[in-house]
Design a protein around this ligand. Structure first.
Ligand code: MG
Ligand code: MG
Length: 259
């Protein structure tokens, strides 16, 4: 477990804000009729303007800037010619690298009007992330974060993806410790001040079981019901986690789109 210096954290915050602003830029274009590859180009251009490079492109051979995962796709969808339709949900995960450190954030968007039960899934997945963030304080354990997501999510009839988890972040995209979205209070690694982690619940409307698509990347639900994914980066602190990335820019765009 790598504890970051204040200088490391300054650079991680810069990356976290770049991916937050990139997702907000992409949010302006999310509407029925747009191709996912167009969103990918918007994100890549924006990252480059911010002096960063795409964090996912080339990572283990991933071909694009964004992971774009629609409806039953959970994560790692590859942008392409697919067109967003009214009623879809789309998880957009964005990575950056600037000054040797990574940024990594994800948000699931509604495309036009979506079914009420799917809107609830998005809202509650987002809420579970903020409950988890409250546990990211020194002296707590990874299991406290995991249990916060699990208890909230399982109070509804949703299921939690087991195979994919949150992670430490720094000079590598995925560092120790793993941050599962299920687990027992008081278990696991003790959290120390200066640990920087990505918390990212992936929550399914139906079964927890997943499948990998033939493209070798896309992970989807086994029952083809929708899945939601939200991700923020936080620094473990004494009283309260310091949240490095933000949904504020995205949600300002979403509010102004609605007016
Ligand atoms: Mg991510
Ligand atoms: Mg991540």
């Amino acid at each position: 477990m790598d504890i970051k210096s204040e200088e490391d954290i300054r650079i991680l915050r810069e990356n976290a804000l770049i991916v937050s602003r990139t997702l907000a830029e992409v949010a302006k274009y999310i509407e029925p009729g747009i191709k996912t590859i167009e969103l990918d180009r918007i994100a890549e251009d924006f990252l480059v303007e911010e002096g960063a490079i795409p964090g996912f492109k080339g990572y283990n051979g991933f071909p694009n800037t964004l992971c774009i995962s629609i409806n039953d796709e959970i994560v790692h969808g590859i942008p392409g010619e697919r067109v967003l339709k009214n009623g879809d949900i789309v998880s957009i995960d964005c990575g950056s690298i600037k000054n040797g450190f990574y940024g990594d954030s994800a948000y699931t968007f509604a495309v036009g009007d979506i079914a009420p039960e799917v809107l609830d899934l998005l809202r509650r997945t987002r809420e579970s992330l903020f409950l988890a963030i409250e546990m990211a304080v020194s002296g707590k354990r990874v299991g406290d974060i995991s249990a916060a997501v699990q208890e909230y999510i399982e109070s509804f009839e949703y299921s939690i993806v087991r195979e994919l988890v949150g992670h430490g972040i720094g000079r590598h995209l995925h560092e120790k410790p793993d941050i599962p979205n299920y687990g027992k209070k008081g278990s696991g690694v003790k959290l120390q001040e200066g640990l920087v982690i990505c918390i990212e619940p992936m929550i399914n409307l139906g079964t927890k079981n997943i499948l990998q698509a033939k493209d070798g990347w896309t992970i989807r639900t086994a029952d083809r019901l929708p899945s939601a994914h939200f991700e923020l980066t936080v620094v473990v602190r004494k009283e309260k986690a310091d949240v490095l990335s933000t949904f504020q820019y995205i949600e300002e765009v979403l509010r102004s789109n609605r007016i």
